[in-house]
Ligand binder design. Structure first.
Ligand SMILES: O=P(O)(O)OC[C@H]1O[C@H](OP(=O)(O)OP(=O)(O)O)[C@H](O)[C@@H]1O
Ligand code: HPA
Length: 176
């Protein structure tokens, strides 16, 4: 068990399981985007580890960019997604893959969808390492899902609780 700030967390998803999920997504991306020079857009901060591991496994040409969005305070969403750093690259007419560490309520994804629609991308798909189906309130399709989890607060592998826990190589869930 570990403690971050005032909360206790217990081990939940092992490094091996995460690595397997990352490898499966990367293998599908290699097949689906062969010779297509996709742009991978990581959603900071949480996606830095997942994005790095997936992109390292992509075999062909690709470009990499990031946006920085924020909506969580403590263990819950504020309901308002702020674009803290927007896209600084032209993506019109390009094939884009959004890389997310987690899709929870879907609020962040909806905001990203607005940005990409305004940019007139040729096509975009979403890859997320973790997905909470019970919490998801939107209808945007998520093409690549690593691990589905119940509606529990998790930390590790890029995900934080008030800034802590992003460096953990396995995932922990809040102890009830
Ligand atoms: O589906 P949602 O309910 O919108 O939750 C998902 C988003 O929440 C987290 O970001 P957060 O706002 O905590 O910022 P961070 O990535 O900097 O931690 C996570 O990285 C996702 O981007
Ligand atoms: O379960 C979570 N943990 C950390 N950050 C998050 N952002 C959305 N859901 C989560």
């Amino acid at each position: 068990m570990i403690q971050l700030h005032d909360l206790k967390f217990e081990p939940y998803i092992s490094e091996e399981e995460i690595e397997g999920a990352v490898a499966k997504i990367a293998s599908r991306l290699n097949a689906d985007y062969k010779d297509q020079n996709p742009i991978f857009i990581g959603v900071l901060n949480g996606s830095f580890m997942f994005a790095s591991e997936v992109i390292k496994r992509f075999k062909g040409d690709c470009e990499v960019s990031f946006v920085k969005m924020g909506s969580y305070e403590g263990t819950s969403t504020t309901g308002t997604v702020k674009t803290l750093v927007g896209l600084n690259q032209k993506v019109e007419g390009r094939k884009v893959v959004i890389l997310e560490d987690i899709v929870d309520t879907g609020n962040t994804l909806e905001e990203i969808n607005k940005i990409l629609e305004a940019e007139k991308v040729a096509d975009y798909k979403v890859a997320t390492l973790f997905f909470k189906p019970e919490a998801y309130k939107k209808s945007l399709h998520i093409e690549y899902i690593g691990i589905q989890i119940p509606d529990k607060f998790i930390v590790g592998y890029g995900l934080d609780y008030d800034g802590l826990g992003r460096n953990l190589t396995q995932v922990y869930k809040r102890k009830e």
